[in-house]
Design a protein around this ligand. Structure first.
Ligand code: NOJ
Ligand code: CA
Length: 673
């Protein structure tokens, strides 16, 4: 009988609003509605769009290691609402300014058992999705908060397809994306992208991940997901003192895939710039002593093949100066690379150079040529070794005029070494609370030295570049380097998957521009056409972009290289013109420093024709379109170097017929006349 009653009640719940008095708020355009309340002692929310459920009744709560859980005896006791609308400027970015307009609903829940304890949940409802976070107020009965699990549910109203990569496995965020029915998702990292049967596109992620553990999504059957926090060696996954707020749990919602690309929800949910004047943070393009190690032409470690020699560095600096690149990355100049450095066994020294590398001479030479060294801190995730050296390492770079540093954390997930409060080495995940704290310490230390950070094997991006604009880019997905290693290389659909998954989190240092893609290089080459390598500069946004290949490969292909020299890295506007997750995409961006527009189109392994109206171009202007397109015989596998480079005059009234080869792409520079 009881079971029957519960079933009936659930049906009522599912088919209408929450059964108990619930609080509601809508997006500014009225389309998205969120309802929050409590029933049978559970705190719940649900989301609908245009009258149709998107997230059905989903629970919110916590388990603690030091206190009874927030789960079954909760009642919603009060609520507040407010509206907000402001437009803010980005110091650098994919847009010049962003409108941050939302309606907010905060609901306070009280736990009825024992001594009273409270938490609240704040929902921000945007036209392009919803963010919500928990707030733990200052209160006598819950001061030290030790969270063993966050129990946030996401019950999708509709079945569909998901693009996701596994969480909780050794290779951090560097798996190929799975495309599966929602019902076959395992434990997923965010962002996770979903297309429902009805055609709605959703991205699940988080914003402003600060002093907390990363959220994974555990598939709990059907179309239901529950948050799982990345573990900690301490037991409790998060330890905090109230008052504090959790990161925002985010659901971006769009009618089409392209709409996800231009959603600014993640950035909007982050706090404004905390660093003040950041004019010292410069977007730039760079080359470097890098790909040559990945293809085993030279080594990071010392010996006859050592890549980071003074002489080789000068060669790259000359090349950068001649072709207009601001930066030269040099990896392997500091000691610690000899032996089994993965996982932090060797212990890097961040201020001592190998004998064949003169750091001062190299930075002086760069300066004389108007080029900036890009510094490198490979930590091998030995944080216990890195943190005590960090201050001196950044101070050294600052003294020498190095204003950006690439960091690295090569170690298996769960294998990052930290020193605990007792001085013992403990092993942590790359995305637990300790890692989250560490990355921010690095960014803050670097900021004090006016240095920008580009982290590899990083914590995932949750939009903190808004608050810390010196956090310019990061890796956090399979980058180009996998094409050097092979076994296997990234498949032709990989970059299109990235646009609709990883890139929704923020900029990625993918390192495009590999021209050595001759079929004879089978087993270790980019599975793209050369035109697609160019299109990546427009489609995979980052304020720092590498021209990753060897100088000699660019010199051998001067005409396609011209696009890499021309393409900007800082934009005033971005438009996603078309796209389907994992299949194809076309993105147009306007240069911040001129009236020129750029377009990049990518396809997966299938050839495609896309009709692209040029309506994004400014009215009343004529443009010289410099087109870099797949040649008639182009094919990533058999004929990757077939490219046609041509010019024609266009206006916004024209429609382009874009033909993409299998694994192909197209890049266009529209020069305003
Ligand atoms: C992995 C990084 O992704 C790569 O760019 C770097 O060269 C190596 N680690 C060595 O630090
Ligand atoms: Ca990497």
């Amino acid at each position: 009988m009881l079971r029957f009653l519960i079933t009936c009640l659930c049906l009522v719940w599912a088919s209408s609003a929450l059964a108990d008095p619930s609080f509601k708020a809508t997006s500014p355009d009225g389309k998205i509605m969120v309802e929050v309340g409590s029933s049978f002692g559970e705190a719940t929310y649900q989301i609908s769009r245009a009258g149709k459920p998107v997230i059905t009744r989903s629970k919110m709560g916590f388990l603690f290691t030091n206190a009874p859980k927030f789960d079954r005896s909760l009642s919603a006791i009060s609520h507040t609402t407010r509206s907000f609308d402001e437009t803010w400027d980005l110091p650098w970015g994919e847009a010049k300014s962003i409108r941050n307009r939302f309606n907010e609903l905060s609901v306070t829940f009280e736990d009825g058992r024992g001594a009273p304890r409270q938490f609240s949940v704040t929902f921000r409802i945007y036209d392009d999705g919803v963010g919500f976070r928990y707030n733990f107020p200052d209160q006598p009965n819950l001061k030290q908060v030790a969270i063993s699990e966050e129990m946030t549910e996401f019950n999708l109203a509709e079945d569909g397809t998901a693009w996701w990569q596994p969480a909780g496995e050794w290779n951090r965020y560097e798996y190929l994306y799975n495309r599966t029915p929602i019902r076959e998702v395992g434990q997923a990292h965010t962002p996770m992208t979903v297309r429902t049967k009805g055609g709605l596109h959703l991205s699940f992620h988080e914003a402003a991940l600060v002093d907390y553990s990363s959220m994974w999504l555990r598939h709990a059957g059907g179309t239901r997901f529950i948050s799982t926090l990345s573990p900690s060696s301490r037991g409790a996954k998060v330890v905090r003192t109230a008052p504090f707020s959790t990161p925002w749990r985010t659901i971006q919602i769009s009618d089409d895939a392209a709409g996800l690309v231009t959603s600014h929800l993640i950035l909007n949910l982050n706090e404004p710039n905390a660093l003040g004047d950041v004019s010292w943070v410069k977007p730039y393009k760079y080359v470097g002593i890098w790909w040559e190690m990945h293809i085993n032409k030279s080594t990071w470690g010392s010996g006859p093949k050592h890549g980071a020699t003074t002489e080789n560095a000068k060669r790259y600096i000359d090349f950068a100066a001649e072709h207009g690149f601001r930066g030269v990355l040099i990896e392997g100049w500091n000691t610690g690379w000899d032996g089994d450095w993965f996982g932090g066994e060797t212990g890097f020294d961040f201020t001592t150079a190998y004998p064949d590398f003169d750091l001062k001479a190299v930075t002086d030479y760069a300066k004389s040529k108007g080029v900036h060294l890009v510094g490198h801190h490979e930590t091998a995730a030995n944080i216990a070794n890195y943190e005590p050296q960090m201050e001196a390492a950044f101070a050294l770079y600052e003294r020498l005029g190095v204003d950006s540093v690439k960091t690295g954390y090569v170690a298996d997930a769960g294998g990052a070494r930290y020193r605990d409060a007792n001085g013992h080495i403990v092993f942590e995940w790359h995305d637990g609370q300790e890692a989250v704290r560490h990355h921010l310490r690095v960014v803050e230390t670097a900021a004090r030295h006016k240095i920008a950070i580009n982290a590899h094997e990083p914590i995932k991006d949750t939009g903190l570049r808004r608050t810390y604009p010196n956090w310019v880019s990061r890796e956090g997905a399979r980058g180009q380097e996998y094409n050097a290693w092979g076994n296997p290389e990234n498949p032709p659909e990989h970059e299109v998957n990235l646009v609709f998954t990883r890139m929704l989190a923020g900029p990625m240092d993918f390192t495009p521009g590999i021209f050595a893609i001759n079929p004879t290089q089978k087993g270790h080459r980019a599975r793209t056409t050369i035109a697609k390598q160019l299109a990546l500069y427009v489609t995979l946004y980052s304020p720092i972009q590498m021209a990753a290949d060897l100088p000699e490969h660019y010199l051998a292909n001067p005409r396609p290289f011209q696009f890499i020299k021309d393409v900007p890295v800082d934009w005033s506007e971005t438009r996603a013109l078309n796209g389907e997750v994992g299949d194809f995409v076309t993105i147009a961006r306007k240069d911040r420093a001129s009236d020129n527009w750029y377009l990049g189109a990518l396809t997966d392994e299938h050839a495609r024709r896309l009709r692209v109206p040029l309506t994004f171009l400014d009215a009343g202007r004529t443009y010289k379109a410099q087109i870099y397109r797949d040649g008639p015989k182009a094919d990533w596998d058999k004929n990757p170097l077939d490219i046609v480079i041509e010019e024609k005059m266009v206006t916004r009234d024209q429609v382009l017929d874009i033909r993409l080869a299998p694994g192909g792409g197209q890049a266009i520079r529209f020069v305003a006349q």
